[in-house]
Design a protein around this ligand. Structure first.
Ligand code: FAD
Length: 289
């Protein structure tokens, strides 16, 4: 099923997983995906070498298993920095062989030794996929607080407009901790003629350290209300993580009440997070039992 068809029909609910790091076997990802599938997501996305981790070879096998073994739509991420068009062709062929119809087309983060080869930006990758005649449903990333490298608001929105014009079908947002940032962004999209459906991405904070890292890597600001939650949670890591999930569920319910196109949970390979999100969205009527 193409994600754009789902988004055209109703508000969506989805999760993200990342391939196992280090020596962990692939089976751990299958188990995580299997548990998350019980919470009936519209799709599960699978990251590609996220954070420069280099673990990109397992994206397609995991996405294929989600489609084949779980009967859930899979969204395979793909980054293009450092890739050639031959690399992209090979990846797209592997998606076709696995029956995967959805790709999230990304540039990827800059890293030493990862220079642009055939693609400088995500919009180049999207244009290439469309020129190649690809019938893949193509998603792209957006940034409610602007991309960290964008010097101005205009440049951030220009990049989104280019993705739209290149042939992206919809956008998935970077995480944010203040829904007002998302609502402002959504309004501005219209002003900058970006009219694609926007899926809001929410990630629960888990600790002071993790949220500080997010602030630097994703450019997400940390509102005072989040700092207060962390202070009130105290020093126990379990209490901090619980506060993060509670806060994320409140964000999701508020977004649901404000008519989002879709909600995507950065569930960090934790089925308990995915489950809590579903419960919150059942309670507020966004999802039906
Ligand atoms: P681009 O759209 O290319 O934008 C990058 C920067 O270049 C921006 O500042 C933009 O304003 C600017 N820009 C764009 N086009 C032009 C142009 N034509 N001229 C001048 N400037 C331009 N990373 C991974 O490694 N693996 C993943 O699986 C992954 N999944 C992600 C999922 C989501 C939903 C999101 C939001 C991010 C994800 N990332 C992932 C991170 C992403 O790769 C980084 O945020 C990256 O820095 C930018 O990717 P992009 O696709 O938005 O790039």
């Amino acid at each position: 099923m193409k994600i754009i068809d789902r988004l055209s029909a109703r508000q969506t609910f989805s999760f993200e997983i990342f391939p196992p790091k280090g020596e962990l076997p692939l089976e751990t990802a299958y188990e995580v995906a299997g548990e998350m599938a019980r919470d009936c997501p519209d799709w599960i996305s699978v990251t590609y070498s996220a954070g420069g981790s280099g673990n990109s070879a397992n994206t397609v096998p995991i996405a294929a298993s989600i489609e084949r073994d779980l009967g859930v739509t899979a969204l395979a991420h793909l980054t293009c920095l450092g890739s050639t068009s031959d690399d992209v062709d090979a990846y797209v062929d592997s998606l076709g062989e696995a029956g995967i119809e959805n790709v999230l087309a990304l540039r990827g983060d800059r890293a030493p030794g990862r220079e642009a080869r055939d693609f400088g930006h995500a919009s180049d990758l999207i244009a290439y996929l469309r020129d190649r005649g690809s019938e893949l449903c193509i998603g792209a990333a957006c940034y409610p607080e602007g991309h960290v490298e964008s010097p101005t608001e205009e440049e951030s929105f220009r990049a989104l407009y280019l993705k739209q014009e290149a042939g992206a079908d919809y956008l998935v947002s970077q995480l944010f901790f203040d829904n007002e940032d998302f609502y402002r962004f959504r309004e501005k999209c219209l002003r900058y003629r970006v009219r694609l459906p926007i899926v809001a991405g929410i990630m629960p904070f888990t600790s002071v350290k993790q949220i500080q890292r997010m602030a630097f890597t994703c450019g997400a600001s940390i509102p005072a209300k989040v700092v207060k939650r962390l202070v009130l949670a105290g020093d126990d890591p379990a209490d901090q993580a619980r506060a993060g999930v509670e806060y994320a569920c409140e964000q999701l319910a508020d977004l649901a009440a404000n008519g989002v196109d879709g909600l995507h949970v950065y569930s960090m390979n934790k089925p308990s997070v995915a489950h809590a999100a579903r419960e919150a969205l059942l309670a507020c009527g966004y999802l039906e039992a």
